[in-house]
Write a protein that binds this ligand. Structure first.
Ligand SMILES: N[C@@H](CCC(=O)N[C@@H](CS)C(=O)NCC(=O)O)C(=O)O
Length: 291
């Protein structure tokens, strides 16, 4: 058993991607997580300023704090709280009780393009992990690596070839169909001021309908047990929901979503908080949004 599983995953963040320094935010209220780092001249009241009108760089940044020796044993996670692929990794790490040493990467500030980060991941995407010098990216590859390395007997990724294949099918459906359809429909609206495209909305709806069908007669996405498929899909579906897209037409998806929220280990910490950051980001980018 690895020493990386020794304690409950902590959510710590660093404003500098190459730093191991991090701030423990596990027990902090979301308002504090979202608050602007205190400047030497600022007053305490500045920390409670309206985050919904601030640049995203400020929303996502937190003050650095001192590091501890434990940080050196943890797997480094480079991530952005609002990112669905990053939240997949947080959910899997929480389910496996893996200790992470998270570093926030400011994507809009271009931190992922810095030479230090490109050495870790030439594709410059988050999430990226570094486990004892081994660098890996792609959220679902990271998820499988974590289970294969630190949760060999975990029911999260069953060993029976057919059950595992079903988990893989759901994972591939998520990364190859559902999430891209959401991204293609929604992101041009918030990042490029595009208007909602009816055809792309239809493709997203079809994706949700597929998921609704997969869930017919199944408690979870790939059967009666919580697996990697659920942790992956819930990061996507919670993001779709947080974007204000109704799930009401998909009763199996709604029922499953409620179940996973209750049964995925540390759901609120691993996904719920990032969803709140995502909502704040959407509200910030769409001033008239009713989110
Ligand atoms: N398929 C990848 C997607 C990763 C991805 O595109 N991440 C975005 C944030 S959600 C990113 O890092 N974008 C910055 C860039 O590409 O420069 C995964 O699942 O990890």
């Amino acid at each position: 058993m690895s020493d990386k599983r020794c304690c409950v995953p902590r959510c710590k963040e660093s404003g500098v991607i190459v730093s191991k320094k991090s701030a423990d935010i596990k027990s902090k209220p979301i308002e504090e997580i979202l608050s602007v780092p205190e400047q030497s001249t600022s007053s305490v009241s500045n920390k409670s300023a309206d985050i919904t009108r601030k640049p995203i760089e400020e929303i996502l940044s937190v003050p650095e704090q001192s590091s501890s020796s434990e940080d050196n044993m943890a797997i480094d996670l480079y991530y952005t709280p609002s990112s669905a692929p990053c939240r997949v990794v947080l959910l899997v790490a929480a389910a496996l009780n893996i200790q992470l040493n998270p570093h926030v990467v400011n994507l809009r500030g271009g931190e992922q393009l810095q030479p230090e980060f490109l050495k870790l991941n030439p594709q410059h995407t988050v999430p990226t992990i570094v486990d004892d010098g081994f660098s890996l990216w792609e959220s679902r590859a990271i998820s499988r690596y974590l289970v294969n390395t630190y949760g060999v007997d975990s029911s999260l990724y069953p060993t029976d070839p057919k059950v595992r294949a079903l988990v893989d099918q759901r994972l591939d459906f998520d990364i190859g169909t559902l999430y891209p359809r959401f991204a293609e429909y929604f992101y041009p609206q918030i990042f490029a001021g595009a208007s909602a495209d009816k055809a792309l909305h239809g493709k997203l709806q079809e994706g949700l309908k597929f998921l609704n069908t997969f869930l017919e007669g199944n408690k979870y996405a790939a059967g009666n047990e919580l697996t990697l498929a659920d942790l992956s899909l819930v990061a996507t579906v919670s993001t779709i929901d947080a974007a204000g897209i109704s799930l009401h037409e998909y009763p199996n998806v709604e029922r499953w979503f409620e179940l996973v929220k209750k049964t995925a280990p540390d759901y609120e910490e691993a996904n719920g908080r990032g969803i709140q950051v995502f909502k704040a980001m959407v509200k910030n980018l769409l001033p008239r949004s009713e989110l």
